[in-house]
Design a protein. Sequence first.
Length: 339
Amino acid sequence: MANYVIKNVRGDAVVREDEIYDWFIDKGNAALCDYANKPFEFVRKVIRNVEHYLAFGNGQGNDGKYSLAMDSLKRLAGGAFSLHYVLLLAAASFPTALFEHFVTQLESFLFYYIFTKTPTKELERNFSLWADELRTIAGITDSVKQRMALNTFITDHFEKNMTSKSQELSDALKRYSLYSMQQYRTRYLLARLTQYVDMAFTGIKSPGSLEPYTNLQIEHILPDKPTAELRTKWDAENPSSIYDDYKARLGNLTLLEKPINIVAGNDFYAAKQSEYRKSSNYLTRSLVELTNVGQNTSITRINGKLESFPAWNSASIDKRHGLLMALAKDVWKTTPIDV
């Protein structure tokens, strides 16, 4: 699907696993692949694709080197989701900088589909057809025209589909809790949000590795295992809010270093605040206090999207949940490449 125009009786441009060999020996497809006349060229193509597939799965780019963009995409997709390889293989011959940009846009696009739990069938046919377009873009020799063509592709396919799923994503994030997705995806979600805030706080434009963030522990601000005293206090102050529901909500989760998390433990929010101040990430520190530096700086701009909380109750969790949802729309978006 990544390498050839697919035609079948269903008209869905998809080749199923049990149809592969029948597809290859079909007279028209045999001529398309031309393996009878150019067997070594065909085998080299297969080998090249296998090498790329393995490299992509290991977080490497199309140049065989470690890729931050591919590593981040891998942390979102996990090991079970593989449909995006159709697009990655079709774009494998892009210039490296263009390929890296494409991977970053693909990550944003897939975030919308994975976090809304959209069935992969919706993507199968599109990816096969889009692969045909990507091969055409890969064949453009003029670098300016090639970049323009990719920008058009991103706008027409990724951006339009993300816009149409925007409300669906909002609904999914509104309901999001620790148990909504596999834990590695919740960790990825929190890591990307935390990294984004740190980049804005420091004024850094290019993201580094997500690993320092994914290695942090997921902290329940409202403790996962509360004391009887804490639960009683919550029930009295938040009579219409079920403790066990609120403790798992996205708004109640943050990333914290293990030593700090151990000290913070299952205590009241007031007792945890001094520990949160020690965190290396600003998203967690901002719970307690916003750092103000100058006017119209990168720090004041990100502060406009955050809030500190003197007390931690159901209203605080709801408010922070909304803030994280808004940040998500800033993090996972498409951007054109300069031409």
